[in-house]
Design a protein. Structure first.
Length: 186
């Protein structure tokens, strides 16, 4: 009888164990399944707040439209990053690899790093991973309940603290591929 109980216990344990995968494993699984994200954002840079909407397509593409007086857009085609002020037609060009966005937009890099790191519980609301790569330190946050990406914290190329909170996140939407074309200088 004791052998039957032990057998049933271990059999049940082996069946239910995959049902209780760690939060880290589920976050990684969510990232693996994600081809693109659409979301609204609120970004704080040295107490200045900007808001808007973005689309990320992995790997390394992003298009953001800011809801501000300059009607700023930010576009990466995977290699370069352009920020355009549409009101006065000013352009700022950056090599993507010189910005922390290169790492945030690289899903495979994130998965690799998260798999090696220990998570931190923040206020029992968020799961945080701190990624350090060369001169970049990135804090990436996931919702503790949904395990969806909710934001990141970095320093920009001018050493300003940048906190980005994302919401209204939708995964794997149909998107227009031409939005990641860098704007022409007029």
């Amino acid at each position: 009888m004791l052998k039957k109980i032990i057998f049933i216990f271990f059999f049940t344990l082996n069946i239910t164990e995959p049902l209780f995968a760690s939060a880290k494993d589920q976050i990684i699984d969510n990232l693996v399944k994600t081809k693109n994200l659409t979301f609204s954002f609120k970004q704080t840079i040295n107490e200045k707040i900007e808001e808007g909407d973005c689309i990320i397509e992995y790997p390394k593409k992003i298009f953001c439209s800011y809801n501000n007086k300059n009607k700023k857009i930010m576009v990466s085609n995977g290699k370069s990053l352009v920020i355009k002020n549409q009101v006065n037609n000013q352009y700022y060009f950056y090599q993507l690899k010189k910005t922390p966005l290169e790492l945030i937009l690289d899903k495979n890099f994130l998965i690799n790093q998260i798999s090696k790191l220990e998570s931190k519980n923040i206020d029992n609301k968020y799961i945080n991973f701190t990624i350090i790569n060369n001169k970049n330190k990135i804090n990436i946050f996931f919702d503790k309940n949904t395990l969806n990406l909710v934001g990141w914290q970095t320093e920009d190329i001018y050493q300003n603290l940048v906190i980005t909170y994302i919401y209204k996140v939708k995964l794997n939407q149909k998107i227009k591929k031409n939005i990641f074309t860098l704007p022409n200088m007029n």
